[in-house]
Ligand binder design. Sequence first.
Ligand code: SAM
Length: 281
Amino acid sequence: MAEENHPGQVKEITAVSNPVIKSIRALNLKKNRDADQLFIAEGLKLITDAVQIGWNIKTLIYAKNIRATPHLQEVAAIARARGASILEVSEKVLGAITRRDNPQMVVAVVKQRWEPLRDIKVQGDDVWVALDRVRDPGNLGTIIRTVDAVGAKGVILIGETTDPFSIEAVRATMGSIFNIKTSRASLAEFKKFQSEWPGIVVATHLKGAVDYRSLNYADQPTLLLMGNEQQGLPDELAENCSNLALIPMDGKADSLNLAIATGIMLFEIRRDKLKVSGTDE
Ligand code: SAM
């Protein structure tokens, strides 16, 4: 199939079987993302934000039919100046990379960023969310988006979790993956981190004794601990918290969805910081 080099190092690829495309498609597997420390992000708006924030774009890939867009050319120029390869491809190739029938017209291969646990410096009323063995990429992406929305600092993934850099999780973050810090820890590492936390550690639990609205989250750092979707929070994490909080329910549901429960908690914890602009109350 046709492959040609354009002036300005833009490479045109139309074959799904092209080795460069194959190596990008391989990033749909976690073992390859782990090995290369790369991931796939979709959409011009997201990728523009990533470039502006300073994430390292390895490859920028776009559909041939939108090449003339001035905004895209600007983003591509910045990415290229920082060392990214630029690929102009067919929609079929984009569909194969993203495994979608109606793919986004712009996709990027981005270097992963993990915040080492030891580098987390907490101050003021910082909020971090720790997720015990979170399994569902949609839940994780939604939580990352919500952490970003309320102005919390980041997430800590405890134990074996779903990958925040899978295409499904990144999609669900709607770009927030680029705005917050993502850290990870074994259970033992997290327990040490938790024991040294300089503020309040609030775990949510269906056996929680305290209404989450009765706690004082102001003027201190908050570490919010959320349990696994199926098993909830294990005792060894629950017993070392400042409080076990319950979100009271009234219907017949046994529990709330993890991402919903995290959202309810985060909006309460950050309540005083969240104002409609122009209002003092
Ligand atoms: N079967 C699990 C259990 O027994 O804990 C249900 C887990 S729930 C789907 C996932 C997590 O969301 C829980 O571990 C807890 O952190 C949080 N959660 C859900 N509903 C909650 C509620 N009503 N009050 C406090 N936390 C809740």
